[in-house]
Write a protein that binds this ligand. Structure first.
Ligand SMILES: CC(C)(COP(=O)(O)OP(=O)(O)OC[C@H]1O[C@@H](n2cnc3c(N)ncnc32)[C@H](O)[C@@H]1OP(=O)(O)O)[C@@H](O)C(=O)NCCC(=O)NCCS
Length: 240
């Protein structure tokens, strides 16, 4: 088991945050031994598959704070037809964005739009800091962290939603998908996903994403052809 610092998270909360990364064969003794070396940390984040043998040992230390359903785009022929792009919305694709107005909009949309994550779920992590973290994440994603950015724009050219895609090997991961709160539920997310699906199909990549078990977006993903393939559980082990 590895104990790694988590500097991106730590900078927002002023906490010493570490991450435990389990390796196959780790047991409760390995968990205890690694935690014993974590005296410099305030909290450790750890995520394992729900069927990992470490799950019960972790559950003795802290409640599950987040349950993530991993999904893969089904290669079969049974996908629903792509939904129509909503009136007034234009979809465009870029390797990255550089216009400051777009970067600021991506930050604002992500900070306001994302409201479910293991960070949001932890009452010990101040919500303003969590929103700030997501704002920076959204900005970073469109500015180059992601390998491909799909955007939705309104009639004035303003950014109303985006997908940041990270390519790893033969997989294209939806790192972030978010639509501005005023536009949610009006078909923008479906249009962004349709563009994502066209992009991955053209490159013979496997589209993947994950979301919280109770996130309504799961219904949208399944309608678009994503199928659940695994479940991960997240724990926050507070040491202080
Ligand atoms: C998820 C999201 C990108 C979907 O975009 P959208 O434009 O709202 O979706 P569409 O209008 O194309 O499709 C509607 C479907 O999206 C889902 N949805 C609608 N509002 C949502 C919301 N506030 N949060 C999550 N999912 C939502 C539902 O499945 C809905 O279909 P249903 O009403 O039949 O169940 C968008 O709602 C959003 O940004 N939500 C908040 C951030 C989030 O949860 N992102 C996903 C993290 S993995």
């Amino acid at each position: 088991m590895q104990l790694l610092p988590s500097p991106f998270d730590a900078q927002f909360y002023g906490l010493r945050i570490g991450r435990l990364v389990a390796t196959p064969g780790d047991d409760s003794a390995a968990l205890a031994a690694t935690i014993a070396t974590a005296a410099d940390y305030d909290v450790l984040f750890v995520r394992v598959r729900a069927d990992d043998p470490l799950h019960p040992a972790l559950a003795l230390r802290a409640p599950v704070i987040d349950t993530l359903i991993g999904c893969r785009l089904d290669a079969g022929p049974a996908r629903a037809p792509a939904p129509a792009i909503p009136a007034g919305i234009t979809i465009a694709e870029h390797p990255r964005l550089s216009d400051e107005a777009d970067l600021a909009a991506a930050a604002a949309i992500t900070a306001a739009g994302i409201h479910t994550s293991h960070l949001h779920a932890d009452p010990r992590l101040p919500i303003d800091q969590t929103r700030a973290l997501y704002g920076v994440w959204g900005r970073n994603d469109v500015a180059g962290r992601a390998d491909h950015v799909i955007v939705a724009r309104g009639v004035g050219g303003e950014l109303v939603g985006f997908v940041g895609v990270i390519v790893v090997g033969g997989s294209a991961l939806v790192d972030l998908i978010v639509v501005a709160p005023a536009w949610q539920g009006r078909g923008v997310g479906g249009a962004l996903l349709a563009a994502f699906i066209t992009w991955v199909d053209a490159r013979s990549l496997v589209g993947t994403l994950s979301t919280q078990r109770d996130n309504p977006s799961l219904r949208l993903y399944q309608r678009c052809g994503f199928v659940p393939i695994d479940t991960h559980v997240t724990f926050h082990l507070w040491l202080r």
